[in-house]
Design a protein around this ligand. Sequence first.
Ligand code: PLP
Ligand code: TYF
Length: 397
Amino acid sequence: LFAAVELAPRDPILGLNEQFAADTHPAKVNLGVGVYFDDAGKLPLLACVKAAEAAMTEAAKPRGYLPIDGIAAYDKAVQGLVFGADSAVLKAGRVATVQAIGGTGGLKVGADFLKKLNPTAKVLISDPSWENHRALFTNAGFEVGTYAYYDADNRGVKFDALLADLDAAAAGTVVVLHACCHNPTGYDITPTQWDQVIATVKAKGLVPFLDMAYQGFGDGIAEDGAVVQQFLANGVDSFFVATSFSKSFSLYGERVGALSVVCADADEQKRVLSQLKIAIRTNYSNPPTHGAQMVATVLDTPALRAQWEEELAGMRVRIKQMRTLLVEKLAAAGVKTDFSFITRQRGMFSYSGLSKAQMERLRAEFGVYGVDSGRICVAALNSKNIDHVVAAIAAVV
Ligand code: PLP
Ligand code: TYF
């Protein structure tokens, strides 16, 4: 039966983890996968999560099936975070939100729903984007193209080309947009540029699908979510938002995410929600309890929520410190290339501008693991490993 099955390529990012684990270099550093580590190099277990979990254990509940769209309090908390608790679209009952298996699950439920709704639509993702965007939408049956994004020469976003590509897209095209902290480049567009994107989306009848996997890692929870407010303020009456708490709650393995679909009115919302539930039911029936219950508990308990905001701010600030330190130490090491662009990038990643050959040397000679594209996870740098990383980069540039 399986004689003709071909060996699939490894995920270019997750595959690096295996290679890293097998590396015997004494000072090896994993800057490959997008995971936040604290200054001790440890994956944090947030105190707010620990407290929520302890409370849940104390009041241990039996584990029945959840509703198809998940825990109601969780969905409501997600809506508050993404749209603002007092948002007019929420009051009008215009948003359908479902709990999902990570941000990836939110994207997939949205993709399946969109495919049924408009089978001939195309999908555009940024060039480059998170590789799974292409794979996931392709697997859902879409033809996936790209819109211009990274400007290697000027270290930023090719904004005119981006706008031209959106302008040339057919009506109904699904446009996947990184709400903040663009993965992999680290370059975001400005609020003024968002206004232009929104105007084009409206004029051309495109379908915006915001992927918000890093809310709170750019400038703050509300600041990073401001793009959603901009879509609403500009009267975009239908769009998608995928939410992930993998990073912001350091709950990678619990698979906590959501999909929210903004609809034109409450009647549309009911019909859309019913279709999202079909997509969920035919994929995995209903979501798991534990992670979402922890997140709902944190978001709904004022003291825990305050603690979460503080802990998230701590991660955000530490990443920014590592960016500054990396730039300073590279200059101090005598590196002539100007790496100051690293402090203009946001979120977990930096497109370092290093070539595939240089990334391979970093790995082979120094045990420093980044992605072949030159992407490094700044959130995995710390005060102990940064000197080794700097020495390695200095040696290969
Ligand atoms: N979208 C982007 C841009 C990401 O970087 C990630 C990272 O994992 C995801 C979605 C998926 O998030 P999750 O791990 O919650 O599925
Ligand atoms: O880009 C990253 O590193 C994270 C983690 O198939 C990730 O988003 C990477 C690859 C993948 C799933 C998650």
